[in-house]
Design a binder for this molecule. Structure first.
Ligand SMILES: Nc1ncnc2c1ncn2[C@@H]1O[C@H](COP(=O)(O)OP(=O)(O)OP(=O)(O)O)[C@@H](O)[C@H]1O
Ligand SMILES: [Mg+2]
Length: 583
């Protein structure tokens, strides 16, 4: 599966209607509030539409006959109507504001949840900054649409429909004349919308790019300072910023292009009504009061249309954001748990059978790998840099699935185990361990529910029983030593020690150490060796290391080079072979 969001395979591009429907689905759980807001909108529009009719009546019955008392009464009625409309529209704004915020809240949770459940390959292929921008910025575009635009959008359409009906009922010919410019607007909008949406999508993409650039330079600031390459990142940032500026400027034009056009055509409509209306009055087919109300209805029809121009742009922005969000939501984790009930007795703890693997969009890295790991034995994976050791270990721990072939745990397909069971049984200390901001305690208990509620004293007891107390003693404040995710405050070696304790305390059946001792002094390394030896006899250990002394005690050594894994026998056999080949 392609997880690269910048190259979506779907390329679907929803139609306006389909996108609108899928947007509405997002707020379907808000049915009650939406219904109320809709009622309020209809009420508001209905009340506003009454105005011109009452005015027409007041003009034709009272003003024309100079009965000013009636005019006063009608003014009072109109004032009451406008005040009621104001109250209702206030209520509607309040209702929809919370709908937008709640949708934003649940949408962010949904996306974050989805992100948490996507495989490692997804994170390899996408930049963190762009993902952050999708969760933060794109969702907010939807919030703006829901809280500010949606009901205005609906309200405008209701008012326009109502005004349109009045225009046609009062005088069909005049009605048709006044609606003609609207037809031109409709065609123009339809033609222009895809272009406007594209401009919005490009803009959101560059916002994502900008955010990715910031994230990358902030997390690598030390390298940047050490190499004096501030100017390099400044240039890159400048480039991303420029792109963003250009697309933002284009969006500004695209989103505002409707307005002047709509304004022009609505003025033309008013003129046409006026000219044709006066002609009809002269011909005795129309009254002055009706013409005044007619002009007002034409205004009621075309003003919301102008508003719709702005709202339409908002809608296009929201849709562009929604498409970027859907790209994440539509992704399926292809690392599913499958059914496999075979259970071979006497099967090795772990076995790789004819495994082929390549990273997504890359060449094949591992070719036809076959080996098995027995219970309780110690294995070493050695070989040149880039040979495929970490990749092999990642397949054992199921960070990825093979492209071809199988990984078996206890004779059963590793894909048949739940993630909880798999991670409980297989401990993997990564080459570059990651720590969370918190304390040593938080970090060694990560993913370990067994000791979650233990007091520090109880936990220290557990640590002693696992022979880890000498490691803990390296940390000045013991369990309470503060740790930051950026790794400040602890050395790389100390980070590896925390990762080591984290893995050992989970008592895995299989413990993989990827260069876990690369940054540790020889005294501490010896200590780790002792701890490894004292692990339960049934624990299988896989050690990836460059230093010979680390793998001295391995029962079997696998040589990993150029995507091939060969069993070279025990340490002594390897040394023997080497000595032989010298002669
Ligand atoms: N996330 C990734 N995406 C694409 N290719 C990768 C990725 N990780 C590693 N590779 C490629 O896979 C090959 C094997 O890398 P791997 O990390 O397994 O080597 P290694 O033996 O662990 O090396 P080292 O001793 O430096 O840790 C390399 O050619 C590397 O470029
Ligand atoms: Mg490696």
């Amino acid at each position: 599966m392609n997880y690269n969001l910048s190259k979506p395979v779907q390329g679907k591009g929803l139609s306006n209607y389909a996108a609108f429907k899928s947007l509405l689905k997002l707020i379907s759980h808000e049915k009650k509030r939406l219904a109320l807001a809709l009622l309020a909108t209809i009420g508001n529009s209905g009340l506003s539409l009454l105005g011109p009719l009452l005015t027409a009546y007041a003009i034709d019955t009272y003003v024309m006959h100079k009965q000013y008392h009636g005019v006063l009464v009608y003014s009072g009625i109109l004032l009451a109507i406008y005040l009621a409309a104001f109250g209702i529209s206030f209520l509607q704004t309040k209702l929809m504001g919370t709908v937008g915020q709640r949708t934003l809240y649940s949408l962010r949770n949904t996306i974050f949840h989805k992100l948490q459940h996507l495989p490692v390959a997804f994170f390899n292929q996408n930049k963190a900054g762009d993902l952050i921008s999708r969760v933060n910025n794109d969702t907010d575009k939807l919030n703006q649409f829901f809280s500010q635009s949606l009901m205005q959008f609906v309200g405008s359409i209701i008012t326009m429909t109502g005004a349109g009906i009045f225009l046609l009922i009062l005088n069909i010919k005049l009605g048709l004349v006044s609606l003609l410019p609207a037809l031109i607007i409709l065609v123009f909008t339809r033609l222009l919308s895809p272009w406007v949406k594209k401009k919005n999508a490009q803009n959101l993409k560059t916002v994502g790019g900008l955010s990715a650039e910031i994230q990358e330079s902030l997390s690598n600031f030390k390298v940047i300072v050490a190499f004096g390459r501030r100017d390099y990142f400044m240039d890159r940032f400048n480039e991303a910023n420029k792109k963003n500026f250009k697309t933002a400027a284009a969006v500004g034009i695209a989103n505002n292009i409707f307005l002047p056009f709509y304004t022009l055509l609505s003025s033309i409509a008013q003129l046409m009504v006026l000219a044709y209306g006066i002609y009809l009055i002269a011909a005795g087919q129309f009254t002055i009061g009706l013409l005044v109300s007619y002009l007002a209805y034409a205004n009621y029809f075309y003003s919301p249309l102008r508003q719709l121009a702005a709202l339409w742009a908002n809608f296009q922005t929201a849709m562009a954001g929604w498409e970027r969000i859907s790209e994440i939501l539509d992704l399926e984790n292809n690392m599913i748990t499958i059914e496999d009930h075979t259970r071979q007795s006497g099967a090795p703890l772990l076995e790789l059978k004819q495994v082929h693997f390549g990273y997504p969009e890359g060449r094949e890295i591992l070719h036809n790998i076959n080996f098995s790991l027995e219970k309780g034995k110690t294995y070493a994976l050695v070989g040149p840099t880039g040979g495929g050791k970490t990749t092999t270990a990642s397949l054992i721990a199921r960070l990825y699935d093979p492209v071809k072939g199988k990984v078996l745990l206890d004779g059963k397909d590793i894909r048949a185990y739940s993630p909880e069971e798999r991670t409980r049984r297989i401990g993997f200390i990564l080459q570059d361990p990651f720590l969370f901001t918190g304390t040593v305690r938080d970090n060694i208990l990560y993913g370990n529910q067994e000791y979650e509620n233990y007091s520090n004293a109880q936990l220290e007891e557990v640590i002693r029983a696992a022979n880890l107390e000498k490691l803990l003693a390296i940390f000045e404040q013991g369990l309470e030593t503060p740790v930051q995710s950026t790794g400040e405050g602890v050395s790389l070696g100390q980070k590896q020690l925390i990762a080591f304790m984290r893995a050992v305390l989970r008592k895995p059946d299989l413990l993989i150490l990827d260069e876990a001792t690369a940054n540790i002094d020889t005294v501490t390394e010896k200590l780790l060796g002792e701890i490894l030896e004292k692990l339960p006899v049934s624990t299988t250990r896989v050690i990836i290391a460059h230093r010979l002394n680390t793998i001295e005690n391995a029962d079997e050594i696998f040589f990993v080079n150029d995507g091939e894994v060969t069993n070279a026998g025990s340490f002594h056999q390897v040394v023997d072979k080497l000595l032989h080949s010298r002669h």
